[in-house]
Write a protein that binds this ligand. Structure first.
Ligand code: FAD
Length: 558
C-alpha cells in the first residue's frame, strides 16, 4: 500500500505533479489488480486490519483511497499496460469471467500470451455483476474495468458454457493451458418441506434476476434465510422492491459472517432480523407460499468452525407469514459437465498457484467462498505459474519475508488526524431510488488528507528527522528524491548516538542488533529481503555508496 499511497502523499517532495502522481499510483495498483474502482467499492479491506495507524486513530481508509485512484484512472482513460512486447508466446483458455478468470487473463495477456475467456453468462464479471447489487457496484464501473482488459487483447466469448456449449476437450485442443475460475454459483437449498415450487429462490438466483433487471413476483412479505453477504444483499434488494423483509439467522448477531457495515445498512433500511431462528417448513395454500414455520435456537458447544453450535429449543416453534422465501444459506461450485476436472465435486484443494494438473489451474471461489480481491490474487498467481511454464522456466520460489516484516513504527511521532466520514445516501433516499449508489467516492481534499496520513511503515518518506538530528552530518539529501529515497548516509561519519533511529517515525532506520548488544547504538539499514512487502528497487541510496543495487549496507564503524 505504502507504494502507491506514498507516490501521492510525497508528490511534492519527489517533484511530480498531482496528475502525474495519480497516474503513477494507478499503474502501481493495476500491476496487481486490474479492478481498482470495483474493489475500491466492494472489498472488505482486510488490509486495513493490519494498518499500523489503527490503534492511534483508526486505520488509513485504504479502500476509499483505492476507489478514488481507480475512478481517476477511469476519468483519465488510463490503459492497462503490457509487460513484454514481441511475438505471442502461448495460448491460454480461461473458463469463467469472474474476477479470478479476468485477473488471470489480464496477467497473461500483458505477458504476451493469446488469451480467450469463455463465459456462459450473457455479460462478463461473475458475481461482481450477478451477485453484488447495483447500489453497491454500478454496472458502468464494472463494464469500464472489464473493457480495459479487452482493450489489452483478451477475447471474452460470452454466452458460451464450457462443457455445455463447447466441450472441455475442444478447449484443450485450442489452448496449451487452461485456467478454471467458475466460482461458486450454485445456491444451496434449505432441505425443508414445502421448499419445492413457486415463490422460493436461492439467494444467488434471486440476486441474479434482480441484477438482470427481471420482474420477480415476491409479494409483499419476504423471508430471507442466512447470515452471510448474499443474505444481506438479498434483504436489501428485496427492501428496494418495496417488500417487508424478515431475515432468519440461526446464530446471534456476533456470529453473522456478513460484513459489519452491510449489516448496519440493512438494519437502517428496515429489515427485521430474527436471530437464533431457523425455518423448519414452508407452508403453502393453493401452491402459493403462505407462511414459514420456524424454531428458536440456543448456542451450544463450539463446532468445527470455532463458533458455538446452534441447537433447537424444544417447543419454541412459531409461524411467520410470508409470500416468498429466499434461501441464502450457502453456495458451491457447479461442476455440471466439468466433472473431468474434479470428479468428486465440491471445493478444490490445491497449492498457492492453483495447479490441479500439468495444464490446468484453478482459482477464486472454486477453492472456497472468499472475496473478490482473493479471487484476483488467485488469478494473478496462477498466471505467473502458467507464464513460467509456457516460457519453459522454473517457477521462482516465493521471496522469504524475514526479520523486518513489521517495522517498529513510532506512532506518537505522527500528528493525530480525523478519518474521512463515509458519504452515504440516507436509508430513505436509498429505498426511493433502488439503483442509486449508496456510498460516494471521497472528494479530492479528503482523499489527499487521508493519503498523507499514511505512516509509510518501513519506508523513508523524507520527514528529515534523521538529517536534522544527526550532529555528525552523516545524512545528505539526494539530488533526485523519490518515495523511499531522500537521503544518503555516510556510515563512516556515524558517532553511534542512535538519535536517528529514535526519531525515525516510520521504522525505516533501525539499530544494528549486533552493535546494540555491544552497547553501541548504530543504525542498520533495511535491505530488500527484510523490508515489509518484499523488494522495492533503488533501495541503497541511503548507504554511502552510490550503488543503485539492493545490497547489505555496511555497519557503522564505531
Ligand atoms: P465468480 O465471480 O463466481 O465468476 C465465475 C464465472 O464463471 C461466472 O461468470 C460464471 O458464469 C462463469 N462460469 C461458471 N461455469 C461456467 C462454465 N461451465 N463455462 C463458462 N463460464 C462458467 N466479494 C467482495 O470482495 N466484496 C463484496 O462486497 C462481495 N459481495 C458479494 C455479494 C454476493 C451476493 C455474492 C454472491 C458474492 C459477494 N462477494 C463479495 C464474493 C465475490 O463476488 C466472489 O468471491 C468473487 O466474485 C469470486 O470470483 P470468481 O472469479 O472465483 O467467481
Amino acid at each position: 500500500m505504502r507504494g502507491w499511497i506514498g507516490v501521492i502523499a510525497q508528490r511534492a517532495k519527489s517533484g511530480i505533479t498531482l496528475e502525474e502522481a495519480y497516474v503513477k499510483a494507478w499503474h502501481i495498483i493495476t500491476d496487481v489488480n486490474p479492478f481498482p474502482s470495483v474493489l475500491g467499492r466492494v472489498c472488505p479491506h482486510p488490509c486495513q486490519d493490519g494498518c499500523s495507524r489503527g490503534p492511534k486513530d483508526g486505520p488509513v481508509e485504504i479502500r476509499s483511497l483505492e476507489r478514488f485512484v481507480g475512478d481517476k484512472g477511469l476519468e483519465l482513460k488510463l490503459p492497462l499496460t503490457r509487460l513484454e512486447e514481441g511475438p505471442v508466446r502461448g495460448s491460454v483458455g480461461v473458463v469463467g469471467s469472474g474476477p479470478a478468470g479476468l485477473s488471470c487473463a489480464y496477467q497473461l495477456a500483458r505477458r504476451g500470451h493469446d488469451v480467450t475467456v469463455y463465459e456462459r453468462a450473457p455479460l462478463a464479471g461473475g458475481m461482481l455483476r450477478y451477485g453484488i447489487p447495483d447500489y453497491r457496484l454500478p454496472p458502468a464501473i464494472l463494464d469500464a474495468e472489464v473493457e480495459r482488459i479487452e482493450d489489452l487483447g483478451v477475447e471474452i466469448v460470452l454466452g458460451t458454457g464450457v462443457g455445455t456449449d463447447i466441450p472441455v476437450a475442444e478447449i484443450h485442443e485450442r489452448h496449451q493451458a487452461v485456467f478454471v475460475g467458475i466460482g461458486a454459483q450454485l445456491g444451496q437449498s434449505l432441505g425443508i418441506p414445502g421448499e419445492e415450487g413457486s415463490g422460493v429462490w436461492t439467494g444467488a438466483d434471486y440476486l441474479r434476476l434482480v441484477n438482470e433487471g427481471k420482474v420477480i413476483d415476491t409479494g409483499d412479505r419476504v423471508v430471507v434465510v442466512g447470515g452471510g453477504n448474499t443474505a444481506v444483499d438479498a434483504c436489501r434488494a428485496a427492501r428496494r422492491r418495496g417488500a417487508d423483509v424478515v431475515l432468519l439467522y440461526r446464530r446471534s448477531r456476533e456470529e453473522m459472517p456478513a460484513y459489519e457495515d452491510e449489516i448496519e445498512a440493512m438494519l437502517a433500511e428496515g429489515v427485521h432480523v430474527e436471530f437464533l431462528t431457523v425455518p423448519t417448513a414452508i407452508q403453502r395454500q393453493l401452491d402459493r407460499v403462505h407462511s414459514v414455520l420456524v424454531q428458536r435456537m440456543r448456542l451450544g458447544e463450539l463446532d468445527a468452525s470455532g463458533r458455538r453450535r446452534p441447537e433447537p429449543i424444544e417447543g419454541s416453534g412459531f409461524t411467520i407469514e410470508a409470500d416468498s422465501v429466499i434461501a441464502a444459506v450457502s453456495q458451491g461450485p457447479d461442476w455440471h459437465q466439468l466433472e473431468t476436472y474434479h470428479p468428486d465435486g465440491g471445493w478444490v484443494d490445491t497449492t498457492d498457484h492453483g495447479p490441479i494438473s500439468s495444464d490446468v489451474w484453478v482459482g477464486g471461489d472454486i477453492r472456497g467462498l472468499g472475496f473478490a480481491s482473493l479471487a484476483v490474487s488467485h488469478g494473478r498467481r496462477a498466471a505467473e505459474e502458467i507464464h513460467a511454464g509456457l516460457c519453459g522456466w522454473d517457477m521462482p520460489e516465493p521471496e522469504e519475508r524475514s526479520k523486518r516484516d513489521v517495522p517498529e513504527v513510532h506512532a506518537d511521532l505522527y500528528p493525530t488526524r480525523q478519518a474521512p466520514k463515509p458519504v452515504l445516501l440516507s436509508p430513505e433516499e436509498s429505498l426511493a431510488d433502488p439503483k442509486a449508489e449508496v456510498a460516494a467516492t471521497l472528494g479530492e481534499r479528503e482523499f489527499l488528507q487521508e493519503a498523507e496520513s499514511c505512516f509509510s511503515c518501513g519506508l523513508c518518506f523524507g520527514c528529515q528527522h534523521c538529517w536534522m538530528y544527526c550532529s555528525a552530518g552523516g545524512f545528505a539529501k539526494v539530488v533526485e528524491p523519490r518515495p523511499g529515497t531522500y537521503f544518503t548516509l555516510t556510515l563512516d561519519a556515524c558517532e553511534s548516538c542512535g538519535k536517528c533511529v529514535d526519531v525515525c517515525p516510520c521504522g525505516y532506520l533501525e539499530f544494528d542488533p549486533g552493535s546494540v548488544a555491544g552497547d553501541v547504538r548504530s543504525p542498520v539499514l533495511p535491505t530488500a529481503a527484510n523490508l515489509p512487502g518484499g523488494s522495492l528497487p533503488h533501495r541503497t541510496d541511503l548507504t554511502t555508496g552510490a550503488s543503485d543495487m539492493i545490497d547489505l549496507p555496511p555497519t557503522a564503524s564505531a
